[in-house]
Design a protein around this ligand. Sequence first.
Ligand code: NAI
Ligand code: MG
Length: 357
Amino acid sequence: MEANIVLLPGDGIGPEIIQQGQRILAAVAQRFGHTFQFESHLIGGIAIDQTGDPLPDATVTACRNAAAVLLGAVGGPKWDDPTAKVRPEQGLLKIRKELQLFANLRPIQTFPELVDASPLKREIVDGTDILFFRELTGGVYFGESGRSTSDGVESAYASMVYSVPEVERIVRLAAVAARGRNNRLTSVDKANVLEPSRLWRQVAQHVMSEEFPDVQYDVVLVDAMAMHLISRPRDFDVVVTGNLFGDILTDEASMLPGSLGMLPSASMGSDGPGLFEPIHGSAPDIAGKGIANPLATILAAAMLLRHSLGLEDEAKAIEAAVRAVLADGLRTADIAGGSPSIGTEEMGTAVLEKLQA
Ligand code: NAI
Ligand code: MG
């Protein structure tokens, strides 16, 4: 396969971890006989410094024409001036919008080699493997909102709105992903109270019974889900939910593995390129020191191969290489727990060697 991959290193540790992600993708191409072309573009603070724009047009055009995009992170104290008109995060929000990325995918997986990093007991989290689909462009974050004053009392409102097509398209994406895993999908809502949740439940039910009768499907209320995630996280496979509930539940779930530097995520649309990135930020406190953990970015590269290029075997090869490196006891400082650690590039090299073995 030939594919054009855009790299957006961004700020802080972004360039260091993207460099490792690129090495791994290049090694996969070599091992499996693909041709990947890489092109780097500006986003975030570095783009503001060089062009005055957190998302220059050249970046948008390149992303639109790419098969997929691998992003590091944006932001840092240098651009934190609250009076500034342009901010690094605007670049991220705008690229998601330009590419119409309405689904945020977050795999939550505990690694047996690292399970002691979890704040929960080993017997509860060990073996957790959940893939969240959070709706990203609708719901209460994008509904009409404002303030009003009546009889001297000020109030504020924000409305939660979901349309049938918005629910259909994300449920379909999640159901397709479930077929590639354990064939189980859970939809999370608040249908006992909220009208948009009742629509969500009705549409999801319809899509599942008409188009995915082979996928085991159930629904859970969001408050119950918040409890299940920490009492029996192993019981879930693919989970689909709206923007607000997904924001909160995915942050809750990201604590299960106990290691920020290990978690990738993706934003996808119906067609066109997906955007793949680590969930962590630009870590300005460790930028330039060569000690950042590149594994979240390397696992994001695996997601890129799986979800944008359809290369499942290649994705699995990367994930197996990461597990093998952890099994060898290799750790960057953030996951070393005080034991001896290796740097960003050494970790990349270790994964590369497993891939080539
Ligand atoms: P952060 O995720 O950058 O860092 C939190 C802590 O985790 C820090 O101590 C950092 O050193 C550590 N850490 C993060 N990633 C690591 C890695 N790969 N290896 C080892 N240690 C790692 O979050 P923080 O400090 O709240 O934000 C820093 C900057 O990043 C801010 O400007 C923020 O706006 C931005 N940010 C950007 C995101 C993005 O581009 N998607 C997401 C979150 C924050
Ligand atoms: Mg959040």
